[in-house]
Design a protein around this ligand. Structure first.
Ligand code: BGC
Length: 756
């Protein structure tokens, strides 16, 4: 098609669309403003050349350098030729670049500035895996909101978060960026973060566009090796990996980013079946799909495209709207449309989605509204630090506490802190700290020093580091430990040992840390281990030898203060693991919601599902986490023992604080259908609720189980209900045996479990 014919075809299409908009607006009762907005976009599309349209679908990579922002190495376009930019922020810089884009582009279309704002911007909150340990969607919504407030004050419009990948293999480095192993908890956190990034229903200048990533099964990489293939049944995809994405879409997420992986032999950037059919057609997602970094290009590496031309066709046909950084859309789309290989209306659909996002943020009214230096000067605001401390406190999990060694008294004579991580400010912020600054982050050592009373001597000897096998510092640490009342060993991984492209084949403590710990234990002094890490570690020997272990992950700007709050008992720990801790790497993938098998694991039965050289059970189960107080549970009371499919079940459970201190418990409800035509999981999380109790206090916690809980996907993957008995478990972790049974009957006469 030549240029003139293309232009007249476009004009006709616009006239039809505008006329159609008028009629549907009248019919749908769309407001005058919405009507005008829609017409504005259509008029704009009509004026655009195919090159300009392809530009809107291209994202330019930029880098911040000391001399100012520069276009990244892959960029072949100028700022005025693209629709969005990744990698720059700052009110002044974005204002300047925006001016360039608006003034130099023919149609004065503003840019979107985007960045990975994963768990805070300037104020760093706990890494997502840590924050998932709080089991607190409200908290996750508030930290996402705070991140949005700070990031937008720096001119950013769009974040590539939340990452909602389910992950069950601790070797995978990006496990740190997600919400853990469970789709129910993951879905709740995904939706909360989307709401938090958006803020008010009607966007204001603190609204940041959100992106659920990486669609889908990126966390199921074979061997736990990043970017590796995922091969799985449609059922597992539906039940496990798609669930948090569905929740994000229902919560109104603005964008979806496909993963760099392939699923069942099709790279996600070309996966029409999952992107077009599932996401767009089935779920009705109308937002943006943005490629991952260089993801369109990657289709050639995957071996499904032999040229950039072919890669673009595949990605675009799979409804990937924007090419992040690669530049191939800008290069190839115009010719593909002109040659009739891609229909113009499809190009317009993608462009419309980009322009609508800009319009939603009010950028056509004022392209500079996010780039306000006076607002930027107010960050980081003091209240952000308070929220960071609260989030960090709530994310700490007490894994073990023999003989109530913790909390420590504040008036110890001598406290010896060891481990290079104790004084590693960079690591407090985790692998993706956005604009977080190490000098604004409180280390564990600084937090302890600040909290200890003046009469306590706090001695710090690094001893050993995760990064080196050098054992020369261990003797000094041991000498100091010999004279300590208590030794606090801060052990784990540095921040660059998890995250993208950082998979590990071992889940042990790296470097010389095990040797250090052995020497500390040999002193026979009480040793508390504080773990800092981005993944579950396999630490059975620590568990055997050390009386108290706190899992503190990477907790962000207020890490040291929060750890000290818990260590000295100003706060009782309340975190619960969002992921199973294996005993050894050979157990992975390991997760609580597994199938029973035809030979369920048993110590006494030889021919059952287990290992010769390892326990089959994890070290710490999903949902595990102790407190400085103890909680006791009554037996679950059910509103009915026998209910019809459409009825709701009310479950009440008494929870008491049977210890000496106030504390918060996360009450967890799991469900299992005992016999079904499709093998059930041994249990699945179906509810959780946090309750704060004073010593001696008892409260009744109530769960309402809705009919969708009786449904499961039948052999044709359609939701269906089979009559049968269910067992529900309520308690403080996934291994609770506090249970009750009930029966669900379908309307007709009860069927057998196989519907025969
Ligand atoms: C990562 C994405 C990230 C993007 C932009 C990619 O390598 O996989 O999660 O959003 O880079 O930084």
């Amino acid at each position: 098609m030549d240029r003139t014919r293309l232009a007249s075809a476009a004009l006709l299409a616009t006239l039809i669309v505008v006329a159609w908009l008028h009629t549907t607006a009248q019919a749908s009762g769309r407001s005058q403003k919405q009507q005008e907005d829609a017409e504005f976009i259509e008029r704009l599309i009509n004026q655009m050349t195919v090159e300009e349209k392809a530009g809107q679908l291209s994202q330019l990579g930029m880098d911040m350098t000391p001399s100012g922002p520069v276009i990244g190495i892959e960029g072949r376009k100028t700022i005025a030729e693209v629709g969005s930019v990744i990698g720059v922020y700052g009110a002044e810089v974005t204002r300047k670049l925006q001016r360039e884009a608006v003034q130099k582009s023919r149609l004065h279309i503003p840019l979107l500035f985007s960045y990975d704002v994963i768990h805070g911007f300037r104020t760093v909150f706990p890494v997502p895996l840590a924050e998932a340990s709080a089991w607190d969607p409200d908290l996750s919504q508030r930290t996402a909101r705070a991140a949005a407030v700070e990031a937008t004050a720096s001119g950013l419009h769009w974040t590539f978060a939340p990452m909602v990948d389910i992950a069950r293999d601790a070797r995978w480095g990006r496990i740190v960026e997600g919400g853990g192993e469970d789709p129910f908890l993951g879905a709740a956190l995904a939706a909360a973060r989307v709401r938090g990034f958006r803020g008010k229903e009607v966007p204001d200048t603190s609204t940041i566009l959100s992106t659920a990533k990486h669609f889908v099964a990126y966390g199921a990489a074979e061997g736990g090796r990043d970017y590796n293939s995922a091969d799985m049944s449609e059922r597992t995809l539906e039940e496990i990996y798609l669930t948090p994405f569905r929740a994000a879409v229902q919560a109104g997420v603005d964008a979806i980013m496909p993963g760099l992986n392939e699923v069942n032999s099709t790279p996600m950037h070309a996966h029409r079946n999952l992107l077009k059919k599932k996401l767009r057609d089935e779920w009705g997602f109308q937002g943006l799909v943005i490629s991952d970094y260089w993801g369109v290009h990657g289709l050639m590496e995957h071996g499904v495209a032999s040229s950039t031309h072919q890669a673009v066709r595949l990605a675009f046909n799979a409804t990937v709207d924007i090419d992040m950084v690669g530049g191939h859309y800008a290069d190839e789309l115009p010719a593909l449309v002109r040659n009739g290989l891609l229909p113009l209306p499809l190009l317009d659909d993608a462009v419309r989605r980009v322009l609508q996002a800009k319009q939603r943020l009010g950028l056509f009214d004022d392209p500079y509204r996010y780039s306000d230096p006076s607002r930027e000067a107010l960050i980081p605001a003091p209240q952000m630090r308070a929220l960071a401390r609260e989030a960090a406190q709530k994310s700490i999990v007490l894994l073990k506490n023999n003989d109530a060694l913790l909390p420590l008294p504040k008036n110890l004579r001598k406290l010896v802190v060891v481990g290079a991580l104790a004084n590693d400010a960079l690591s407090t912020m985790g692998p993706v700290p956005a604009e977080g600054r190490p000098n604004e982050s409180i280390t564990v050592l600084a937090g302890i020093k600040q909290a200890a009373l003046p009469e306590t001597e706090v001695v710090y000897i690094p001893g050993a580091s995760p990064k080196s096998s050098d054992i020369s510092g261990i003797d000094e640490a041991q000498r100091a430990a010999r004279d300590a009342d208590v030794v606090v060993a801060v052990l784990g991984e540095t921040q660059d040992m998890s995250g993208e492209a950082r998979s590990r084949a071992s889940l042990d403590l790296p470097g010389a840390q095990n040797a250090l710990l052995t020497h500390l234990i040999n002193t026979k002094k009480p040793v508390v281990v504080i773990l800092m890490n981005g993944r579950p570690l396999a630490i059975p020997s620590i568990d055997e030898q050390v009386p108290a272990i706190l899992e503190s992950w990477f907790l962000g700007s207020e890490m040291g203060n929060a750890v000290a709050d818990v260590l000295f008992g100003d706060i009782s720990p309340s975190g619960k693991l969002p992921i199973t801790f294996p005993r050894s790497v050979g157990q992975v993938p390991i997760y609580y919601a597994h199938k029973k098998t035809g030979r369920p694991s048993s110590k006494t039965d030889y021919f059952t599902s287990k290992y010769l050289d390892e326990d089959w059970q994890p070290l710490y189960p999903f949902g595990h986490g102790l407190s400085y107080t103890t909680f006791t549970y009554g037996t679950p009371k059910l509103s009915k023992q026998r209910l019809k499919v459409e009825e709701t079940l009310i479950v009440q459970i008494e929870v008491s604080n049977s210890g000496q201190r106030a504390g918060e418990e996360t009450v967890q409800l799991y469900l299992r259908q005992n016999v079904a035509s499709i093998t059930p999981q041994v249990r699945q999380l179906r509810g959780f609720s946090k309750v704060r109790l004073s010593p001696g206090e008892t409260r009744t916690v109530e769960f309402m189980l809705a009919p969708e809980n009786w449904a499961s996907l039948n052999e044709y993957l359609s939701p269906s209900v089979e009559s049968g008995t269910f067992t529900l478990f309520v308690g403080g972790s996934s291994v609770t045996d506090n249970q009750a049974n009930f029966e669900v009957t379908t309307r007709s006469a009860p069927l057998t479990s196989h519907g025969l």
